[in-house]
Design a binder for this molecule. Sequence first.
Ligand SMILES: C[S@@+](CC[C@H](N)C(=O)[O-])C[C@H]1O[C@@H](n2cnc3c(N)ncnc32)[C@H](O)[C@@H]1O
Length: 234
Amino acid sequence: MEKTGKLFGVGVGPGDPELITIKAVRIIKGADIIFTAASTKNTYSLAVEIASPYISSTATIEKLSFPMTKDARETEAAWTRNAKKIAVFLKQGKNAVFLTLGDPTTYSTFGYILKKMDCVMPEADIETIPGITSFHAASARLNRILVEGEESLLITSGAYGGQRIRNIDGVENVAVVKAYKNIKDINKALKETGLNNRCVAVSKCGRENEEIIKDFNKLEKRAPDYWTLILASK
Ligand SMILES: C[S@@+](CC[C@H](N)C(=O)[O-])C[C@H]1O[C@@H](n2cnc3c(N)ncnc32)[C@H](O)[C@@H]1O
């Protein structure tokens, strides 16, 4: 029987092309096919741009569509379709890389691929290669300690506002990704929980047009960029 290929979920870091690991580079170089996520609205892939110096000239690049919709049936169908596409290549003995920005286990489309590969090709050989997350890059950029001593850190999505922040108790630090929507409610929740003592927003960390925003009243007045996160501490 022909040997099947291996799937690697590879994190390429938050955007700074130097924040990619040596292991990620080695695996990208050896890939026969590179997959990455594309939305129906946007086919540009920053992950591919970061990886491009290392992608073999003989490798194929394929963008997989992940529709941005709340229709669960549509999203599940797209994830299954994408997993099936990957399985075709693995069964041909090809090594595939699924690129993600930051880390593949952190708010990443690779999670959906992993779930569906389990149904579509349960025998698939899969390895996850970690990447530097956006909030680790931002704390480093600010020379700011993310968490220390006996403290805790909540990593949460701000996509639905500040409710998650209000629901936690005894957490001294929070990293809010997807802080581009509902910034007013996030800001309100940070104030209510005393997490506004040291809060800062970082947009496009390590990339062109990077911004560090400390004035949250100003941040509220403008629509923050999609690539915005917040670090806040008591
Ligand atoms: C879908 S999540 C992806 C998280 C990513 N997998 C990680 O490990 O950081 C997208 C969110 O990550 C944050 N993000 C990713 N890259 C960023 C960057 N360079 N600067 C600031 N925030 C970033 C933003 O909050 C954005 O809305």
